[in-house]
Write a protein that binds this ligand. Sequence first.
Ligand code: NDP
Ligand code: GDR
Length: 352
Amino acid sequence: MAPENAPLKKALITGITGQDGSYLTEFLLKKGYEVHGIIRRSSNFNTQRLEHIYIDPHNSSARMKLHYGDLSDASSLRKWVDTICPDEVYNLGAQSHVGVSFENPDYTADVVATGALRLLEAVRIHVESTGRLVKYYQAGSSEMYGATPPPQDETTVFHPRSPYAVAKVAAHFYTVNYREAYGLFACNGILFNHESPRRGENFVTRKITRAIGRIKIGLQKKLFLGNLKASRDWGFAGDYVEGMWLMLQQDKPDDYVLATENSYTVEEFLEEAFGYVGLNWKDHVEIDPRYFRPSEVDNLRGSAQKARELLGWQPKVNFKQLVAMMVDSDLERAKREKVLVDNGYIDSHQQP
Ligand code: NDP
Ligand code: GDR
């Protein structure tokens, strides 16, 4: 918590409604921050991951505030940076699905690459006109390494393998350039995959654990997947948001890898997750070529030595604990779904 009577530190987060945005918001609220989030307009509410920490803004104790904006709309970014006067800006917003980026490449580039540029410009102009110190975090990705073999660290060359990854490389270098050209306090976090019970349901780990909950409870029999041979360095999202914050608390801006330094194939994830509830994945999984990507990233395993030594950061949740946390959570969810199905409120194929 901030010392008594000290002005609250303000953070501005894009992507606040996403997995990482929700964990980062919880983390910063606990640290005593006032947290402002940019949310995009949607025909449905998209704030489910924030509901447990939402306090009506009419209540004076509310320290999380949401504002409509979009990374594709420079004017909204300029307005909110100038109005809120944040101390820290976390750019987590993205079309973050690698597979979808092959279907929507120019939208992905607009939001992920040019979106970062728009936000950096908003921060640069604000800093130049006010003289304030504003620290900027860019959500970089291990996908930028793509075809370069592991272990990958801050010195490893990028070889992106998807429109998403190419856009993240552009955002990475925009961030480096704004640091070098304008002296902006701007950091790139190069984060390896991190998951949680709040992971989007079309990423492979959550897709698997959701299916396990439903299979175990009798709501589903089959799970269709793509490439099972790809290997990923999977950590827990709650651990990684602390690393983002630590980067902005250093004396100088820099780039850091966050990773567990262990890698498992999708098949090993299946083995562990189905095995945890006494099921054999081979009885349920079928391959659907639709989920193969035109160019795949085969093997990611990070080296987080720099973050360990300079930030004092290390992950607390290991692979087995992560899988158990996600399966347990999705089993509970499936049990609630079953009650709705049994009482005729929804069909078994519907999401509650
Ligand atoms: P999510 O997909 O869960 O969240 C993405 C967020 O971006 C959502 O809040 C989404 O809003 C928002 N968003 C999408 N498009 C726009 C837009 N045009 N303008 C403003 N906001 C937008 O991602 P994660 O939380 O998992 O990841 C956070 C960031 O970290 C992303 O940039 C991702 O690329 C990056 N990253 C993630 C890793 C991971 O393993 N999770 C690893 C490395 C990097 P809405 O809710 O409305 O869809
Ligand atoms: P990734 O995560 O591409 O690493 O990007 P994802 O979970 O989508 O894929 C991981 C691996 O699993 C294979 N796979 C499948 N993937 C999905 N989504 N659905 C399937 O049915 C399926 N079957 C097999 C994929 O081919 C891939 O090899 C995530 C995102 O969070 C990015 O935003 C982030 O930058 C990186 O992690 C680090």
